[in-house]
Write a protein that binds this ligand. Structure first.
Ligand code: SF4
Ligand code: SF4
Length: 119
């Protein structure tokens, strides 16, 4: 079951950075929890982190989003897979030649063959 934030929220901001799923965001009036991202912290922690830090205890279970522990764990795995896919670095080609070192502009050009040695 996802959690929800009630209108007792005082917008203190402390819950948002604690959420391991980035499920909490500022709403128009008060902070909100995205039920598609809230796993009750299943997969990360034993207790909902937002509930632990909320000074006014305004984060109850959301009765509109009833989920079993197995469903919450499945949601956790989906979110992790999406995060991993989004964070994958661009592949680096091993055959890409490195750029030649720049030649300083004030460096004298080499003498042509047969030219007398410079003084
Ligand atoms: S219970 Fe956990 S996952 Fe859900 S909103 Fe709170 S901190 Fe985020
Ligand atoms: S910790 Fe509680 S009071 Fe503070 S912003 Fe989050 S829900 Fe609102």
């Amino acid at each position: 079951m996802a959690l929800m934030i009630t209108d007792e929220c005082i917008n203190c901001d402390v819950c948002e950075p604690e959420c391991p799923n980035q499920a909490i965001s500022p709403g128009e009036q008060i902070y909100e929890i995205d039920p598609a991202k809230c796993t009750e912290c299943v997969g990360h922690f034993n207790e909902p982190q937002c509930v632990q830090v909320c000074p006014v205890s305004c984060i109850p279970l959301n009765p509109a989003h009833v989920e079993t522990p197995q469903q919450l764990l499945a949601k956790f795995h989906r979110l992790q897979a999406a995060k991993t896919a989004g964070a994958a670095p661009a592949p680096v080609s091993a055959s890409t030649p490195s750029a030649p070192a720049p030649v300083p502009a004030d460096r004298p050009s080499p003498a042509p063959p047969g030219a007398p040695p410079r003084a």
